[in-house]
Design a protein around this ligand. Sequence first.
Ligand code: UDP
Ligand code: MG
Length: 326
Amino acid sequence: MAVKSESSPKSITIVVPILNEEAALPLYFDTMADEISKIKERSKVDLSFTLLFVNDGSMDASEFIIRNAKKEHYDVQLVNFSRNFGKEKALYAGMTYAQGDAVIPMDVDLQDAPEVIEKLIDRWLDGVQIVNAKRVSRTEDIWWKRVTANLFYKVFNLFSEKPIPENVGDFRLLDRQVVDAFNQIGDQKRFNKEIFSWVGFQTEEVEFDRPQRSKGEGKWSFWKLWNFALDGIFSASTLPLRFWSYIGFLISLVAFVYVLFVIIYTLVIGRDLPGYSSTIVMILGFGGLNLLSLGILGEYIGRIYTEVRNRPSFIVSSTFGMDDNE
Ligand code: UDP
Ligand code: MG
């Protein structure tokens, strides 16, 4: 091992949410063992690594594989959920359990390229508190995912009070101070990416090419992504509500002008009856607008309901490798 400088040792927790990943896990362990030993070898600072897996209700051999992972260069910890709560919750749980001086959330399918970790750590050792891994190309995604992802970032940042960086997933490095701030935020409907940028702190980006999934299958259907995007937008901002105030104001104005016109027309020219089509167009048009605005109101009321119920975000059934149950 290289001679380390006198600076104090630093611990890094890598948080890995998993759902039925028995196919991808063995390769993940092998790759990470190599990568971590390389990083430790080269680093001037004495680094220690923990792989903290959050098992998001896997029904396959994932838990077995993790418990039996051989560990020369890293520790292994495991948090088991009582059922599938979704990746956002799994990530949140990982952040609350992580003990490291820095935390790196990472996918198990090696799409969050392990060789980027060293670059993230280098920037962090230089004093940067959030180092985002930004994908430079999305060629690994099929076209509709690329188009919708782009559209999502545009729309999201139009509405959000704090813009999120484009093409940055959950893969990034967070300093302990950032993690503590993140954990203070008790939103039920969590949109982690938005919270990461909302908390502030000095942020930098490192670029990388996102490869294909190593093994196993992607777990996001179009419908899941759509709901995820809507949740993100509605949780980041109340601007859609304000939007309806403006529309309402505009329509009232037009209606007022039209009423004046009708009064004057009746007084000057007299009454006439035709107008079935304009009436029906207005009834249908305003009916639609009413329903749409009710729907948007409903989105927020639903959110208030979820927040007020204040249920725990996830239920942990067991843990493994934590200090207290070693
Ligand atoms: N994942 C999870 N819970 C879920 C869905 C996914 O913990 O409900 C994990 C999954 O095991 C993987 C990571 O989240 O480690 C990213 O999933 P995936 O590769 O399917 O997403 P994509 O790369 O398409 O964004
Ligand atoms: Mg993936």
